[in-house]
Design a protein around this ligand. Sequence first.
Ligand code: XBP
Ligand code: MG
Length: 253
Amino acid sequence: MTKLRALIFDVDGTLANTEQDGHRIAFNRAFAEAGFDWDWSVSLYSELLAVAGGKERIRFYLNQYRPDFPPPANFDEFIANLHRAKTHHYQQLIATGAIPLRPGVQRLIKAARSQGIRLALATTTAPTNVTTLLQHTLGEESPAWFNLIAAGDIVPAKKPAPDIYNYVLRQMDLLPQDCLAIEDSDQGLIAATQAGITTMITLNNYTKDQDFAQAVLVLNHLGEPDQPFTVLAGDAGDSRYVDIKLLNNLHHR
Ligand code: XBP
Ligand code: MG
């Protein structure tokens, strides 16, 4: 039986609910600043989340929802510029501290650290967004707690492709069976599962109706001693919040 050696967290939707009040607002601010009347409502954004990656999402929106918009000559550059502005707005928003970590995230990261379990992040979002979020939630030094932050365009194909998880395994010299992944979405689950990694889901409002049949456990959140999780699928034994003991049990299944 192999030991759990590494914990790989997704970022958006898993560490914090960054989509609705973070990324979505930042996209809208970038659009307005560039003089466009495009407005991504909460419900439209839930459709757009089908496409992972901000640049990919803007392109998808223009293709599907704005057939009237004549694509500029250098479409890639146009999207990259808009996305750069969006990243700037996102970081400004995150720096206000408006978006807290989800229940249990800080506790579990600290527990893993203290028990020598290596930590990685595997995300579709831009690397600077990750460090900004970590610094404004876990503290200035916290990015260094992670052995690897695998983010954004570091791999050509974003989730649900397994590339970002395979990249983590390669860079950290790990086998899939050494690791456990924590995700919030079907795309993340597919990505991690295709890389052979056992995956637990903490769902959120945007992902609650997705298919998580491949997950080892589906929870509403990681839980805290005074704020127990609800199990939506799978077996958490008599645990009321996710700790290293529960992760080890899940890992051995
Ligand atoms: C979520 C995403 C990202 C964010 C926006 O990533 O798909 O694209 O919505 O961030 P994950 P960017 O759940 O893998 O963390 O605009 O920087 O792509
Ligand atoms: Mg996510």
